[in-house]
Each structure stands twice: as structure tokens, then as C-alpha cells.
Design a protein around this ligand. Sequence first.
Ligand code: ADP
Ligand code: MG
Length: 706
Amino acid sequence: MPPAIQWSTPLQFLKGIGAARAKAMAGRGLETVTDLLYYMPIRYEDRSSQKRIRELEPGEMATVMARVTSIHSKSLRRQGSRLTEVVFHDSSGGSLVGKWFHGGWIADVLQPGTLVSLYGKVEFETYTRSLSMLHPDYELLDAEAETEEPGGQALHTGRIVPVYSAIGKISSRMLRGWIHRLLQQVEPAGDALPEVVRAPLRLKPFWQALCETHFPEAGCAVRDLNRFRTDAQFRLIFEEFFWLECGLVLKRRKARREVGIAFQLNQRVRDQIKRMLPFRPTGAQKRVLQQIAQDMSDPAPMLRMLQGDVGSGKTLVAAEAAIIAMENGYQAAVLAPTEILAQQHELYFRRLLQPLGYEVLLLTGSDGARDKVMKKRAVEHGLARLVVGTHALLQGDVAFHKLGLVIIDEQHRFGVMQRFQLMRKGASPDVLVMTATPIPRTLALTIYGDLEVSVIDELPAGRKPIETRQIPEGHIELAWSLVRQQVDSGHQAYVVYPLVEEQESAARKAAEQMREHLQRDIFPDLRVGLLHGRMKPQDKEDAMDAFKRGDTHILVATTVVEVGVDVPNATVMVIEHAEGFGLSQLHQLRGRVGRSAAKSYCLLVTSRMTPEAQQRVQSMVATNDGFRIAETDLQLRGPGELFGTKQSGLPAFRFGDLLRDHDVLEHARNEALGFVARHEGKPELEAAHAYLREHWQRRYGLVLVA
Ligand code: ADP
Ligand code: MG
């Protein structure tokens, strides 16, 4: 008797898979039987209502089974374009032409005689009086899986068929065959989701849901399947989100019970804050400071995210929070994602806090060895009250005297683990996370579900909306004349170049050349500065200072100005090759202007654009609202891309999709909150805890679940 197949069996030991295919699948994260059984169809095709070619109606979506009779390829007049046409026939005697542009490869796959299932939109061409499909989905029907498996026919046709994303040379059809076989071979899985959650929602048993998601029952509505909203699909998605949210709720609850610092909010604290404030805070700033102060005075450690669009004044609020900590005899740490931003923060905090007698210190990776030793000593002995730094601050050998508050800027660039590394440096310091990338609510729930959220939803008074225009590269003189006009009236301007990691030296060169060109040919009477990531730290600082003082009128830069640079007198942001930037990045860059009551401009200089780039530029021109921009960005790129899955700690889901299933996520969150609240101290909660520890802790980084 062959050994039984377990959920944990590596895929390479399965019949028909072997080492080479297992390797390809491992590249997609599929290593065991569990991984393969959790590999979800991307869509479903109803092949039960398969049509014959003669029955097809123009305009309908249809599936037909037909054989290839001939293939022709021709180049079109349009330069470089090639059209491949494949003629199919079926037993009805009708014929259908499949068309592929740039489809030379299709001739290798579809050869005369091949039997395929085609799915696509039926067109009728009056000119040739023939039926056709443009880029139809197809599946080879006499591939190896069928000959291997008796009865395979019924699996792949004449029913609702799941379609899987192919993995290299592993076709949807092969995957379907393997998954079908495995579902017969493994021990059916029981239910991990607590009965008390399942019963009221009438959720199907897990095993049944899994089987029906792969192989829907006859008569199931294909429309619901393709929206991923059948009962079976909902069940799987719900469970995945439920555990995530449950973990986050438990983690937050645990953090609340930890003993941290109860900061005093006395008159002296209030006086110092008042002395520090350079302007009257906005209503939103006051409100969020109150929320922060409340958290800080509470003995449980604060874990709060401060959200607000660029320029909304988050840093000022952070400085107020720092005063609360420092007046209570503690140190504050400010963590920035880049060195240039750390320098900016240091300048900003020094200007606000040093006059009140708080020592501000900058600690970065580029400090010289002797400097580093001295600075570390100052931190260790508590002479430095507020310490600004990059990840160098996270390194093991920096010890604080008495760390009370950690302020993290742009936290999604750090990732969850680093956040906790720093926290361990104090007893249990309060943590304030600032983010200038507004995060749509569903994502915030997922990524930051363990954080409380404060939102600054108001800009300081007197700000005028930034006017954003698109300028084709050929008309760049329009940009320069606006720069000239603004500088003439006493303002300053940025000119930014895209910086792609691999092309760094090229972008730097372009920036250097552009500075030369602007200085020599366009603005010989003005001072044009340069700032890029590869300059020596001292030179960067000098360039930034000169611009801040107004000594340089125009600053040519690579994207180092993306985050955090604060020069309110700058009113023009010219972005060259704007088509090369992501949407959120463009919005961040635009946020460098419009920081005073003066009217500001953002000019997007573009050359040839893809349709997506066009959409990005259009959204920029259409709105200044960071939340709307973020939603659009999310739709264009998807959450993983937007945040960089690894960096953000954004979990990779097997069943759920944050964009498609945000309603299920909210539902699951409410259920998780209710479940935890109702089962305090009961065995159900204990069991859930144990399950999370065993199955979810490592995967989703729920490190604090105990
Ligand atoms: P964020 O960090 O949210 O992008 P900043 O804290 O850098 O925004 O503030 C943007 C600009 O607005 C800075 O020049 C800051 O000094 C100024 N600012 C902040 N709060 C106010 C306020 N209440 N009134 C006027 N200007 C403000
Ligand atoms: Mg800022």
C-alpha cells in the first residue's frame, strides 16, 4: 500500500509532480499539499453550458470546444505589430477565428489538430462574415493530465471549471487535476473556527467549503463564483480575516495590560508647550494632541498612529508629545526612514526645542567613529533629551538613559519587527507612529489593527490649494517661466528627477547636468543648488541649509526631497519625467510646496506615457486630497505593491483579497472583537489563543500574542 498523503507532504513526492515542477511551485510559495489545496482558482468557467460554434451569438461570452485547423501569421502595417490568426472548427460544422496580437508564441502551443476549450467574447466581422474571438482564454484538452487520469474528461469539461493561475509551464489544467486528486486522498480537515462563531453565521464546515471552492456544485451561480461570494468562498475568506483580526485584537489587549509610564500632565508641561508653539495649532492638531496626552498619562504603553496628509502639521504635534515626555524626565527618540529626513527632523526639533533648554541630538550611520562614541555617551547618560536618527538608532549598542517616547515617521518603511526592537530599549516606552501616506481604512485596519489611530484632517489656516498642471516635455519653457515669475516675487522652487534604484548614477548625472543647464542657460542670474542621495552628508546638509536660508533660489534634486523637507517659502515643484513616479510619491513631492499662505504650483513634466501613467497624472491634476490619491493608487497597484509586502508587514493572504473583500474584512473584525469580549477567561478564547500561536504567529508577525 502506498504511504498515505498528509497535508504536510512536500509536493515533489506526489505522483506527476517531481522535483523540477516542485521547484517551480516553491517559487510561488507552494511547498506542501496544504499550500496546493489552498491555491485558489482565479476565476471559474461554466463549461456545462458549452456551446457549439453554430449556436454562438455575437456579443456573448461563451465557451466552445473546437479543434485547430489552421494558423496564419501576418505583419500589420502598423509598425512592429503582428497578428496571429488561428482557425477552429467543431462538430457543428461552424468555424471561428481566434486572434492574437504579438502572438507568435501561440503557434507553438496550438498546432493543427489540437483540441481546445476557448472562452471569450464572440465577435462577428461583417467584412469577412466570420465569427471571431480576440485573445480568448484557452485550455488544451488533450494535454497529459487527461491521458494520465481516466475520467479526466468530466473534470475539465461539461461542468463549472475552476481556472488557476498557471505556474511557469504548469498549466491550469494540471493544477486542477492534482488538486482534484488530492481532495480525494487527504484526510478531510476539521474546523478551527470556533463553533460559537460559526453557528450564528451559518458558516459551512471548512472542508466542505474548501472542496466547493475548488469544484463548485452543478447549478452554482458562476457570477457569484467570479465575485468570490458563494457561501463556500465567503467561508474561507471570512475565516482567514477572522484569525488575523482576532490576533490583532489580542495583541492590542495585551499591550494595554502592560505596565508602561504614566506621564504627568501638569501646569509646567502646559506652559512649556505654550512657549514652544510657533503658531496657533489647528483644531485638528489640538484634538489629536489631546488623544495623545490622554494615552501618555495612562499607565499602559501608548501605541498610536498619527495620520495626516502632507503638510497637515504632524511634526508639530510630535514635538508637543516630546515635551510631555521630556518634562517628566524621560528621553524621546525620533526615527526617520532616511538620513536626509533625519537631518530635517533634527533641524526642526532643534529650532523648536533647544530654546527651551532641551538638548537635541542627531545620530546616523554616517557619523564618524569618534563622534559616534561621544554621542552614544550623551544618550546613555541622558544629556541628549531628544535623539533623532535613522535605523542606526535600532542597533544594539545604543543605550538610552531613560527612554519614554518613541516617535516613528513614515512607519511603513520600517516594518513591524523593527518597531518592537526599538521599544525594548525603554521599559515600555510610548510609541507614536506618524504617517504621511494616508492609508485607506481597510488597509489601516489590517496593517495597523493593533494601533489606535488619530487623524489630522485639517490644514493650517490660510493654505491655498496647490495648482497642479501637466506640461508636455516639449513645452518645458512654460515651467521655467513660472519658476522665474515665482522667484521674482521672492519665492523658491524645486526641480525633481526620478530616481530608480538601479539607475541611480544615471539619475544623479541627469540632476547634475540639469543643474548646470539651468544655472548656465536659463537662470544665469539666480543661484541653483543641487541635492542628491550620494552626496557627502555634510554637502547635503549645506545644500539643504542654503535652500532653507533662501541663499539658493532653485533646488535641483533627486527624490531625496520626497519626504519631510520643510521650506515654506518654496512655491513651485517641477517634477521632470513625472510619468516615472508612483502616485503616492507624486503626492508626497507635491506636499513639499503649499506650506504657507502663498499660492503654490506643481508642474508635472511628461513625455510618452503608458495609459497607467496617464491615469496617475490625471488624478494628480484632479485632486489634492491625499486619501483619494491613496485609494486610486491602491486600485492601480494593489496593496502589496503599494506598501511593499515584506517591508510593511502586510500579510500575504491565501483566500482573501484586501481590495475585493474589504467588506468581509470589516465583518470579520467585528466578529473577532465580539468573540474576544464575550469569552474573556473562557476555554473558547484559550483555544483560539493556542490556535493562533501554533498557526498564525510566525506567518503574520503577531509576535505579541501570548
Ligand atoms: P507634516 O509633517 O504633517 O507633513 P509639518 O509638521 O511638516 O507637516 O508642517 C507643515 C508646515 O506647516 C510646516 O512648515 C509647519 O511649521 C507648518 N505648520 C504646522 N502647524 C501649523 C499651524 N497650526 N499653523 C501654521 N503653520 C503650521
Ligand atoms: Mg512631515
